[in-house]
Design a protein around this ligand. Structure first.
Ligand SMILES: [Zn+2]
Length: 453
């Protein structure tokens, strides 16, 4: 007998398209997809609803660890917007402030609501050895930190992440040393937050194509909206297409917003940033702390940068139409880049996936529903090498999202970033509901996915 039968919904499978069938779940796995009605201990009525594979967020940021306790805030937001597998450790940072391997151990011991995969941040590792991010290192210094990279990869990190914009001291050569180390671990990736945005963004992208070409390591370029949506997106997408046609393993993800978010102390806001974006201080919204909810003035900007450099800012500087162009491109994945701390930050951390479905698919008809679902499920599953995820089919993991197509939409904004979306009715992780009737249910059925095991 089955554990659960999901009855009467419309399935969107990225390979077969729309199917009307029941889904039978046994344990952690989809046991049947069929018109049959098989007996099950529990039945979930899904008439009128859409059922898709659980979303895989290939680029998010994990919560900090304090007092050796896992903070599950980000993973709970993930569940709320239909993400059943979250990939953290991006942009060269371990926002958990732990070694990636140790963090996987900690999550495993505490139990998690959704599946988790982690990169080891290269900037984090460099800092463990006392190398400041704006200073170059030589080859022998790199060899000193290589064992820590290997240790994290041996413990199951999915690859190494870089945040070149935050770490200008990392040269192309240093990246190539790193690439040849990662090449020893088949299937691992390098995710890169590019070196430059806006005017020099194509140069930055060319560097990452060289990295993928020279090292044969799969390179995932992070959140290209905030890199290229300043007048360079069409050219950037052409560069991806040309590299792909040439057999270079480079891909990218994007979040569906025209504003990015990062800490005010970041080099992103160094002298000259406003000229480059053609924007002024009031394009920046303070997302936390004493000026929360206010637009920057020159004096607020200078004060926070000096006295509270960790403060999160939201920068309304990208072009909408170019973000849309990236979302529509068939090989670009949807990812949130989400990071909220105690409910404060950018609304993408709670709204990115429902926003694509509600705004870009249903309301604006920019892309087809099946195509959008593929960008949230099968594409990242293939990119990461997760053979049991990304489809609604027999033998696949029972990670599923059940949503109402008529109502699905993000509800979080820059003033209320923690507000859960509308229309995400049920979310199943390994066959168990983590969201039920649009309410976060809690749960610890998520798995820590370790690569190479
Ligand atoms: Zn980033």
């Amino acid at each position: 007998m089955l554990d659960l039968l999901i009855k009467g919904g419309t399935i969107i499978d990225p390979v077969l398209g729309r199917i009307t069938a029941n889904i039978g779940i046994k344990g952690h796995t989809i046991n049947l997809v069929s018109e049959q009605e098989v007996e099950a201990s529990e039945v979930l009525e899904a008439s009128g609803l859409i059922i898709t594979p659980g979303f895989i967020d290939i680029h998010m940021h994990e919560s900090e660890v304090e007092n050796n306790t896992a903070n599950l805030e980000m993973l709970e937001y993930m569940a709320g917007m239909g993400v059943t597998t979250a990939v953290g450790g991006n942009c060269g940072l371990n926002t958990c402030k732990q070694d990636a391997g140790a963090y996987l151990d900690l999550l495993e011991a505490s139990g998690i609501p959704v599946n988790y995969i982690g990169y080891t941040g290269y900037g984090y590792i460099r800092e463990q050895y006392g190398h400041e991010l704006d200073r170059p290192i030589n080859h022998s210094e790199f060899l000193e930190l290589a064992p820590l990279i290997r240790k994290n990869l041996d413990q199951g990190a999915c690859g190494v992440s870089l945040g070149l914009e935050y770490a200008p001291g990392i040269s192309t050569e240093e990246m190539l040393w790193l690439g040849s180390l990662v090449r020893d671990y088949p299937g691992r990736l390098i995710s890169v937050h590019y070196r430059y945005d806006a005017r020099r963004s194509l140069e930055a992208l060319a560097e990452l194509i060289i990295l993928a070409r020279e090292t044969a390591v799969p390179v995932q370029v992070s959140h290209i909206g905030s890199c290229n949506a300043f007048g360079q997106m069409s050219s950037a997408l052409d560069m991806f297409d040309a590299a792909y046609a040439d057999g270079v393993d480079v891909s990218a993800d994007v979040y569906p917003y025209n504003a990015f978010s990062t800490m005010i102390g970041s080099p992103v806001f160094d002298e000259g940033c406003f000229e480059k974006w053609n924007k002024s201080y009031d394009s920046l919204l303070v997302a936390e702390g004493k000026y929360r909810g206010q637009r920057c003035t020159e004096s607020i900007f200078r004060e926070l940068r000096r006295q509270a450099p960790e403060t999160l800012l939201v920068a309304f500087v990208m072009n909408d139409a170019e973000v849309t162009e990236a979302i529509k491109h068939p090989r670009i994945m949807i990812a949130s880049d989400g990071f909220l701390r105690s409910g404060q930050g950018h609304p993408r951390g709670t709204g990115a996936f429902p926003r694509v479905l509600g705004k870009y698919v249903r309301d604006e008809k920019q892309l087809d529903l099946v195509e959008a679902i593929k960008k949230m499920t099968l594409l990242p599953a293939e990119r990461l090498g997760l053979p049991d995820k990304g489809r609604v089919a027999q033998g696949y993991d029972a990670d599923l999202v059940i949503f109402n197509y008529d109502t699905v939409m993000d509800q979080s904004g820059y003033e209320n970033p923690e507000t859960p979306p509308r229309g995400i009715e049920h979310v199943l992780v390994g066959g168990k509901a983590v969201v039920k009737n649009s309410n976060y249910n809690g749960g610890d059925n998520g798995r820590v996915i370790r690569f190479g095991r």
